[in-house]
Design a binder for this molecule. Structure first.
Ligand code: ZN
Length: 104
């Protein structure tokens, strides 16, 4: 059943492409692929924030947690922990470093 639908779609696309122009076949396919890619990208952002059950915990006042990027050296101080996963920078996960502060 599935190959019948696929062959009908391909035949229809070939008819449109050869009679009207191939841009009318490839433009909707390209638009559909871009739309799928954009929705998938946004879904990754949503599942990234959902990770960890949605509970956010304040960082203890006598410790200092910093995430640093191995690639460019950017450092980010953690104020509230939303997830257990490290944030991303330069296309990779940042490294976590926790320092215990003096209780003076
Ligand atoms: Zn970076």
């Amino acid at each position: 059943m599935r190959w019948i639908i696929a062959s009908v779609v391909l035949l229809f696309a070939a008819l449109i492409g050869s009679n009207i122009g191939w841009r009318f076949v490839f433009a909707p396919v390209l638009a559909w692929m871009l739309l799928k890619w954009m929705i998938a990208s946004l879904r990754v952002l949503y599942t990234d924030t959902k990770y960890g059950g949605g509970e956010s915990l304040a960082v203890s006042p006598n410790e200092r947690t910093v995430f640093w990027c191995e690639e460019c050296g950017t450092e980010v101080q953690l104020v509230v922990r939303g997830t257990q996963r490290a944030p991303s920078h330069c296309g990779q996960r940042m490294n976590e470093r926790t320092e215990l502060l003096d209780e003076a």
